[in-house]
Design a protein around this ligand. Structure first.
Ligand code: ADP
Ligand code: CIR
Length: 332
């Protein structure tokens, strides 16, 4: 059952009626995506940091259930270096893992999140972020490509190769994230496309590190360093209790999704495959991102929980879950 529906009792609806967050979001705005898409898992989005305060009576139980994070707990993330000895390459022969990607979502402190931001504020933010990105040096230096100036062909090619986002699906559309598309959106990447930043998609920033094969520790370390360079120049929206704040409550805390594209032709056909991954604290997606399908037995497997655990723990959960999946795939 959709979590927004599950926790929005008649009494709570009455309590929250008339409540308004600083961005102007009322209850109807927060739950519009779930209302218009009854098959939502969550069904609620935040228009700014204040939504998590003003509508906490709704968000808190949703967050508690999704992240197994009791409402009286505090996030304890802090992006520390990883001990690469504990996370060796799971697939050194590149037999099963095609590629590894880790992204974090970030929003800029004091600016409305994509579900609520105005067209002008979005453009202004794009300019501000560009100044930050153009300042990156060495292995993080790259170039920015605005969506508005991109040919359809390039856009298609970058999306097919898993680098660029698609226009938001119906869930994001209802949340208000697609307004004024494609203005103010774009992608920054290094020449080898191993460090990328999405600008003004579901969150102000999606900071991404990716490469071919299963080198999880390498991908993590590149992300950690690049993220630090960006954060030296711009403050991220963060709360003591919920960690980094994102438009969708599933991305709070570390806001980290570490994933691999992995071949699991046998296991992926099992009827209990989704359940099995869930038990391992893993999420399953198709190979073109959320709400897409698997192709040729290849799946996108990632850490499910992002809040209440550290970034290193996100990686460890993915690592040990993948070890089990690989063993099961081989031995049935
Ligand atoms: P997000 O990861 O930002 O939540 P999506 O699930 O939509 O969003 O994925 C974004 C893009 O990243 C998609 O094109 C998806 O195929 C690609 N992607 C995700 N994980 C990997 C991976 N391990 N290797 C290559 N591409 C990936
Ligand atoms: C939903 O509620 O299903 C969409 N708004 C997407 C939520 C995040 N993704 C997910 O739970 N798999």
């Amino acid at each position: 059952m959709m979590l927004a529906e599950k926790y929005l009792t008649e009494n709570l609806r009455k309590t929250l009626n008339g409540v308004q967050a600083e961005c102007g979001f009322k209850l109807a705005d927060v739950i519009r995506s779930g209302h218009e898409n009854p098959d939502s898992n969550i069904g609620a989005y935040a228009g700014d940091a204040d939504c998590y305060v003003k509508f906490s009576a709704l968000f808190d139980p949703i967050i508690a259930e999704y992240h197994s994070f009791p409402s009286d707990s505090e996030h304890r993330g802090d992006i520390q270096p990883l001990d690469s000895l504990t996370i060796p390459n799971l697939d050194p022969d590149n037999a099963q893992i095609l590629s590894t990607r880790i992204r974090v979502a970030r929003n800029i402190e004091g600016v409305d999140f994509p579900p609520a931001i105005t067209a002008n504020a979005r453009l202004e933010l794009e300019r501000r972020i560009l100044r930050v990105l153009n300042n990156l040096k060495g292995e993080f230096a790259g170039s920015y490509h605005s969506l508005a100036n991109m040919t359809e062909e390039t856009q298609k090619q970058l999306t097919q190769s898993h680098f660029l986002f698609k226009k938001g699906d119906r869930f994001l559309d209802s949340a208000g994230v697609n307004r004024d598309w494609p203005n103010g959106r774009g992608i920054f990447y290094t020449s080898d496309k191993t460090f990328l930043v999405w600008v003004n998609e579901e969150d102000h920033l999606r900071i991404i590190s990716m490469q071919q094969g299963g080198g999880l520790a390498n991908v993590y370390e590149r992300l950690r360093q690049g993220l630090e360079k960006i954060n030296e120049q711009v403050p991220f929206a963060r709360s003591h209790r919920l960690g980094y704040l994102s438009s969708c409550p599933t991305n709070l805390g570390t806001a980290m999704r570490a994933s691999v594209h992995i071949k699991l032709p046998r296991l992926g056909q099992r009827r209990d495959f989704g359940k099995l991954c869930n038990q391992l604290q893993l999420s399953v997606r198709g190979i073109h991102g959320e709400h897409s399908k698997s192709e040729n037995g290849i799946w996108d497997i990632s850490n499910k929980q992002r809040l209440g655990i550290t970034e290193v723990e996100c990686i460890e959960i993915l690592y040990s879950g993948l070890e089990k999946l690989i063993r099961l795939e081989e031995n049935g």
